[in-house]
Design a binder for this molecule. Structure first.
Ligand code: FE2
Ligand code: FE2
Length: 188
């Protein structure tokens, strides 16, 4: 699965220039990823394979969160309030309500967010100067790629007939959000 558009070229220079803000947002993203994994587990406890996968994912995302928090501390930054993420909110708005559709949509939206995060973290890995940060972001980008693939596998299993058509609809929405939302000093 590849995303339908690249991140606009203006995002990376701004992210590097205002990296402290990006780092704070990144911590909030990892926090939301961990919470979201547990919320999927809570909402669909009966779904084969999902509970264990989400428990492991929540643990891994919490690990990322702890690492980003350590970087914040090192730079004298604090987490503060979450300013919200119009990109993720725009995608979550696409989730349909009946339980089967809701499960499929939540899995596919999660996959798209993970894959976009992978792209952005890879851009940071290539664009930042500090070798430690470059390595850190390259490692995290690899993890987010794995999470994107995990969500796609779960989506395929949950709706073998419907997942592909729905994925292409949601991928179009995702690309539109990336192209149309203002660029922020944030992961998305
Ligand atoms: Fe993560
Ligand atoms: Fe992730």
């Amino acid at each position: 699965m590849t995303l339908l558009c690249d991140t606009p070229a203006a995002w990376l220079p701004q992210a590097i220039a205002r990296f402290d803000e990006v780092l704070v947002d990144h911590a909030h993203c990892e926090k939301k990823a961990a919470a979201h994994a547990l919320s999927l587990l809570a909402a669909f406890p009966q779904e084969p394979g999902l509970a264990r996968a989400m428990a492991r994912l929540a643990r891994e995302e919490s690990g990322h969160l702890a690492q980003v928090l350590a970087l914040l501390e090192k730079r004298g930054l604090s987490l503060g309030r979450d300013a919200g993420d119009p990109y993720a909110q725009g995608l979550h708005k696409q989730v349909r309500q009946p339980a089967r559709e809701r499960l499929l949509d939540r899995l596919l939206v999660s996959a798209l967010i993970e894959l976009r995060s992978e792209e952005r973290l890879s851009l940071l890995a290539a664009g930042l100067i500090d070798p430690e940060l470059r390595q850190f972001y390259a490692r995290l980008a690899g993890a987010e790629k794995g999470h994107g693939e995990l969500f796609l596998r779960l989506a395929r299993r949950a709706a073998p007939e419907a997942w592909e058509a729905r994925l292409s609809q949601l991928a179009r929405v995702e690309a539109k959000l990336v192209r149309e939302l203002p660029i922020r000093p944030a992961i998305h």
